[in-house]
Design a binder for this molecule. Sequence first.
Ligand code: TTP
Ligand code: MN
Ligand code: MN
Ligand code: MN
Length: 386
Amino acid sequence: PKPSADPPATTVKSYACQRRTPLKHHNTFLTDALEILAENAEFNENEGRSVAFRRSASVLKALPHVVRGMDDLKNLPCLGEHSVRVIKEILEDGTSSEVESTRQSEQYQAMKALTGVFGVGVKSADRWFREGLRRPLDLIHTGQKLNLAQQAGVQYYNDLNRPVTKREAVAISHIVEKAVNAVLSGAIITLMGGFRRGKEVGHDVDFLITHLEEGAEEGLMPKVLNWLEEQGLLLYQKTTRNSYLESKDGPARPPHNLDRFERCFSIFKLEKGKEGSGTSLNTSYDSGTTEGITGTTEQPGPSWRAVRVDLVVSPFSQFAFATLGWTGSKLFERELRRWAGQEKGMSLSSHALYDSKQQRYLRANSEEEIFAHLGLEYIPPSERNA
Ligand code: TTP
Ligand code: MN
Ligand code: MN
Ligand code: MN
């Protein structure tokens, strides 16, 4: 038995939205492993298991030190028996046999490759895997019927799987600003997602657009898309209503904007050498139009690349909620909603916060106010990397 003079073990709160999670942390050797298992559980459509692994990993991201032994795990929340077993194995042997065999498995590798195609979800990937397909090119070779998103996904596969740099994100910001300003003056455009949390690279670039004058933002998305289209800057786009974060147990979304088209998944054509370096003297006149698989459509060449861009339009009254909802991380968002529901009897979405006890919506003009309504200490974006 240890003497009671032990320094107290690090205490970590149990919801990710109660903790500060920096981008860079001390335990990637463990969290990468746990996230492989989480990803694999997603591929098997086992959401509960996946979230359990993600929560375990997230707790380790919040620790101010490297985990060196099992003692370091004392008093930590969210670590299930399975996660503990994996961590123990890695601490003792350097690797976990389960993680390594998952990494090597045909199913994991195929699902990773197939879901890596824009527009392909777990369900389609799994069906194709069962039919014997393994790689994105198999979709072409076997003549699979693809929807428009998936066609774009295959066509721009290499570009879309290449990380988007901060510099490219800034270049895209300038394009989006130009597009929005061309169709509506006074709009506010904010970079969201991973880049707002301080990431250096991302899989896409996320923007939230609003206007101080409530209602001025209505109908903005189609106009912006038209402008981009006319400039030849859009390779693909699909606009939808925002149905994400809708809760089963509360009217989280005010009903009046049910029919607004407010979000857009798109693929931009970004000219190279225009990434805002200030030194973009481009003497290369390569056309960038090489013949692609289809023979007719433009393929990324030396002069441009394809970049995934998400655009969201929000009325100003919902801007704080939209900002919070689109900053992420995904686990942080999920934990915020779980906290709201389980601990506060509230329902949070990227539109509103509903208090079930008071049976009313709680207004907020800033993220700080939303955290305060939820009884949470404010966590800045750079520490929401749960
Ligand atoms: P992503 O762009 O998928 O992720 P990310 O920006 O955190 O990381 P990456 O660098 O890989 O792009 O999502 C951004 C945030 O938007 C994420 O926290 C979840 C949130 N979000 C949606 O993805 N869909 C929605 O409908 C809403 C409201 C929010
Ligand atoms: Mn640290
Ligand atoms: Mn993103
Ligand atoms: Mn996104």
